[in-house]
Every structure is written in structure tokens, then in C-alpha cells.
Write a protein that binds this ligand. Structure first.
Ligand code: NAP
Length: 278
């Protein structure tokens, strides 16, 4: 049998850090496999996925903008049906199966960096109403968070998510953020604000509840402005790199048959690959 190969499918995809993660684990486990980038234009994605069984790949990660197309092309499991998006594809024979590991990645990182967080989180604030926010709402509700204030620039997107998830999610505009922070145990940034190349996330943590946890899923740069501001005020801060690493672990297991570990050495390796700190 030839060496197993997997890939990350996106457009553009040159920025993806996934090869650094998967190649690290392949070497760690002595697996003679490979992991590469596949830049597939939107016009070609359905044909690419239709021919996946003959592509020579055992599986693939899927990133922007193809997660909905992957959902449409694959036999999607329960969690990806809940999110309407697939980020992991793999073959069983010629069948193309799909799941979404973002919920797992978000929660596993929080469990690792703030053990017992769910016992002290009744109220949360989530910024953003895109694909990542959807996975985060699913994860927080699954773990028993009672009320989530969902803050988004475009009200209709927050309202649509609230309608989907039900009365535990309260959609508001940025004008109500200060009041919401005063009682929140956890703040999560799931917008792209603060990311390299995007505008900064300009919010005031002043009104926040003392000791509230602050989680930024943006990981380029590694230490975002939000995380810096949180640490300066004594808030426990959770970075987004761990989410990226944890969402990759179950995918690696699907592709290569071994469940890899997220270790400090892996974090250092990926940070170095990002140029030392994003
Ligand atoms: P998305 O679906 O495009 O959603 C982007 C979100 O950011 C929307 O809520 C959007 O608000 C908001 N936004 C963008 N520009 C804004 C601006 N100028 N002012 C106010 N709000 C703005 O993206 P996504 O897939 O959810 O990803 C969001 C971020 O999470 C990205 O930075 C991504 O890299 C990161 N992420 C990290 C991980 C990880 O593993 N750590 C996983 C997934 C995503 P509107 O609705 O008003 O447009």
C-alpha cells in the first residue's frame, strides 16, 4: 500500500498552518505519510470533491470558503448537520464522509487552558455571528452555559443564530456590550477583528466582571490586542492557537489511524512556523 496522503482544501490556502501541524505529528508517530495544500477555486470545488475517491488522498481538512460545499458533497454526521458546515473529510471505501471538529477544538482548548471553566460560567458574551461563532454557541450550550449574549455588527446574522439556537441566546448590538460584560463570566471573540490584516477589536474591558475569562479564537497574531488587554487587567486569557491544534487532532486520527496529542512542543513548533509569534 502506498503512503497515506491528506490535504487541506481552501482558496487561498497558502497561509494555512495545517501542514506544519500534520507533518509534525506524522514525524512524531513515524508514519510515512504526507500532508499538502490544495488550492481549489470555488468554481471547481464540487468537481474536486466528486472525484475525491480517485484523488489518492485518504482525507482532507476544509477551510474557507469551502466548508459549505464539503457539507453538500459528503455524508455529514450529526454535529456537521447542526453547523451546516464540514471541516474534515475522509473516505470509507469510496464513500466520502464528513464531520466538523471546530466544536471539539473550541471546548478542548478551553478545558485545557481553564480546567473547570464550565462550573464557573453561567453567562457568556460571544462577539461575532459567522461560522466560528455558530460552532462556539453549540459548544457553550452543550456544556450548560445558561445565557449567551451574542454581539454582532450585522444584527440580522445574530438574530438568525439566536433563532436557530433558541432562548438561551440573546442577540444585541455593540451598544449593549458594556452592560453585558458587567455580568459575564466568559467573553469570546469570534469575529475576525484583531487578526493580522483586519481592523483591531476596539472594545473596553473596563466594565468586565473581575476574574472573567477572555478567549480570543483569532491566533494570528498569537497574542492579540484583546488578550494583552485582558492579561493587563488580570483576566485569565485563552489563546486561539490551542483551538486550531485541538480541532486537528481528531482529523489526524481519521486520516492516519493514531490519535495525536497537543503538547507544548507542538505549540512551539507551530508558533515558529508562524514566524515566532504570528
Ligand atoms: P466569518 O464567518 O467570515 O465571520 C466573521 C465575523 O467577524 C462576523 O461576525 C463579522 O460580522 C465579523 N466582522 C468582520 N469584520 C468586521 C468589522 N470590520 N467590524 C465588526 N465585525 C466584523 O468568519 P469565521 O469563519 O467565523 O472566523 C472568524 C475568525 O475566527 C477568523 O479570524 C478566523 O481566523 C478565526 N477562527 C479561528 C479558529 C481557530 O481554530 N482558532 C477556527 C475558526 C475560525 P458581520 O456578520 O457583521 O459581517
Amino acid at each position: 500500500m502506498s503512503a497515506p496522503r491528506a490535504c487541506v482544501i481552501g482558496h487561498p490556502v497558502a497561509h494555512s498552518r495545517s501542514p506544519a501541524i500534520y507533518k509534525y505529528w506524522l514525524a512524531e508517530h513515524g508514519i510515512a505519510g504526507d500532508y499538502v495544500r490544495e488550492d481549489v477555486a470555488p468554481a471547481n470545488i464540487m468537481a474536486f470533491l466528486a472525484g475525491f475517491a480517485d484523488s489518492g488522498y485518504v482525507g482532507a481538512n476544509v477551510t474557507v470558503p469551502h466548508k459549505e460545499a464539503a457539507f453538500a458533497a459528503a455524508e455529514a454526521d450529526a454535529v456537521s448537520r447542526e453547523l451546516g458546515a464540514v471541516n474534515t473529510l475522509w473516505l470509507e471505501g469510496r464513500r466520502l464522509l464528513g464531520t466538523n471538529t471546530d466544536v471539539h477544538g473550541f471546548l478542548a482548548n478551553l478545558d485545557e487552558q481553564q480546567p473547570g471553566w464550565d462550573l464557573r460560567t453561567r453567562l457568556a458574551v460571544v462577539l461575532g455571528a459567522g461560522g466560528a461563532a455558530r460552532a462556539i454557541l453549540h459548544g457553550l450550550l452543550e456544556r450548560g452555559v445558561e445565557e449567551i449574549t451574542l454581539v454582532n455588527r450585522t444584527p440580522a446574522r445574530a438574530q438568525a443564530l439566536a433563532a436557530h439556537f433558541g432562548p438561551h441566546v440573546r442577540p444585541v448590538g455593540f451598544g449593549e456590550l458594556s452592560a453585558a460584560l458587567a455580568s459575564a463570566d466568559l467573553l469570546v471573540n469570534a469575529t475576525s477583528l484583531g487578526m493580522q490584516g483586519a481592523p483591531p477589536l476596539d472594545i473596553n474591558l473596563g466594565p468586565s466582571k473581575p476574574g472573567a475569562m477572555v478567549y480570543d479564537i483569532v491566533y494570528v497574531p498569537f497574542e492579540t490586542g484583546l488578550l494583552k488587554a485582558a492579561r493587563a487587567r488580570g483576566h485569565p486569557a485563552v489563546d486561539g492557537l490551542g483551538m486550531l491544534l485541538h480541532q486537528a487532532a481528531p482529523a489526524f486520527e481519521r486520516f492516519f489511524g493514531v490519535r495525536p496529542r497537543v503538547t507544548p512542543a507542538l505549540r512551539r513548533h507551530v508558533l515558529a512556523d508562524m514566524g515566532g509569534g504570528g
